[in-house]
Design a protein around this ligand. Structure first.
Ligand code: RB5
Length: 149
């Protein structure tokens, strides 16, 4: 299950991502906002991140104006590795190397076509696994645990 969330700037791109998820036969859960009225991105980043961190959703896609505020908010939740991506290469590597469990997109930065392509790349790319990448992800988790690196 892919959770989707956005602030008021991200509605159009979220709707395009929903179309992509339907084409890919991937189940999704849209938690809002469904409106273009100004709202606070931390709410949406946090709510979606909680669903991923709890295991209720497998991964998440977030959209705000730059992708920054909503990714920063999501990354405050323990267990979340939210990657802000503006290109397909970063999206691919965020899965292969960082096992990113959330993707953030900037609606004021990207056109809808590129945003959807980035989301598709991110959704299709598995974590490459392997010693060095798993070790580094564990190091990130240790930062969250307050363990000195
Ligand atoms: C909203 O105006 C804007 O600040 C927000 O969408 C996002 O870009 C924040 O990082």
């Amino acid at each position: 299950m892919i959770v989707l969330a956005n602030d008021h700037t991200g509605l159009e791109i979220k709707q395009a991502v929903i179309k992509l998820l339907d084409e890919m036969n991937l189940p999704w859960k849209d938690i809002g906002t469904g409106s273009c009225e100004s709202t606070d991105y931390p709410l949406w980043g946090y709510r979606a991140a909680k669903l991923v961190a709890s295991g209720e959703c497998d991964r998440g896609i977030l959209v705000c104006g730059t992708g920054l505020g909503i990714s920063l908010s999501a990354n405050k939740v323990k267990g979340i590795r939210c990657a802000l991506c503006g290109d397909c290469f970063t999206a691919k590597l965020s899965r292969e190397h960082n096992d990113a469990n959330m993707l953030a997109l900037g609606a004021r930065v990207l056109g809808t076509g590129l945003a959807v392509l980035i989301a598709k790349t991110w959704l299709e790319t598995p974590f490459s696994g392997g010693g060095r990448h798993s070790k580094r992800i564990e190091m990130i988790a240790n930062i969250e645990r307050g363990i000195e690196l």
